[in-house]
Design a protein around this ligand. Sequence first.
Ligand code: ATP
Ligand code: LTN
Length: 334
Amino acid sequence: MLNGEKILFSGMQATGNLTLGNYLGALKNWVQIADEYTTFYSVVDMHSITVRQDPAEFRKRARNLLTLYIAAGLDPEKNCIYYQSHVSGHAELAWVLNCFTYMGELNRMTQFKDKAAKHADNINAGLFTYPVLMAADILLYQADVVPVGIDQMQHLELCRDIAQRFNSIYGDVFTIPEAYLGKSGAKIMSLQDPSKKMSKSDENVNASIYLMDDPDSIIRKFKRAVTDSEAHICYRDEQPGIKNLLDIYCACTGKTPDEAVKEFENGGYGDFKLAVGETVVSVLRPLQEKYQELSKNKDYIDQVIKNNAEKANYYATKTLRKVHKKIGFPERIR
Ligand code: ATP
Ligand code: LTN
């Protein structure tokens, strides 16, 4: 708790361009619940170097992502929006937590297995200990809640296990965080293969709607979305393409799948796809406009970066000092 409010932490990587999946599954929920908590929303750039990045491109993307947090509706005066790499406490706590995490636990992480298979030429130790850094992110701010997509649940469980292990040795040092799974848009699937999640690292640009896509591209991608030959709009697992489009529509409009099916069941797939595309265009338009406006205001964004890094550092240092003391590191002489 901080100032009588529960603490919320979440983060996103600046790898690739954000997709509608990231927005409906994460960012939109962040904005909806932000007012109820003291929040820390990080651009987790240290996580991103587990995969090789082009430095100039990487720096640009990180800034774009931070700007997008604000454009999506997170007020940086109220929400601590900052770069993970600006707070050295993340790395420091990660090292400590590494010593309280077992190889066997990390070996079970499905994201590691997936990423190792994808980047077989660069299976580095950072990729393996990625979940420990994620645990450090969360525990550093004593977060009570962590909004994540379902794909991150395994990491969050590990974070809780590490925190409980540490607390059982040293007393109540860390708050044990709870996952916060958003109601809608928990998992948006690829438009080209509805058995796969929509992902910003997908090589097929038609598989994902990017938040900065122009209206024509959005409509075109929805028109090309892979569906089925049932020619009937139903919300069921046997029609994953249609189900995904209904999920997107519901996440954008707040309607239930039943309501959406009623609206479209007498029409064809073509009209339905167009309606979903138009809805997405209207949801993304204000976000894109705000983003363009903010991007022009360099001084403002710089100020946000500076102020919030200071704020995050303040809270991070508090936890770190406590951890160091409990472990038995020598006291600092002032
Ligand atoms: P990458 O392709 O680089 O692995 P990603 O698109 O899967 O990236 P992440 O950076 O791993 O995205 O995720 C950022 C946030 O967005 C997480 O909270 C994650 O759960 C959520 N998220 C990502 N993809 C989807 C999706 N398709 N549907 C819903 N939520 C998603
Ligand atoms: N691993 C997450 C990003 C992430 C995160 C976090 C999310 C890093 N640290 C802490 C929540 C809390 C991902 O790839 N989506």
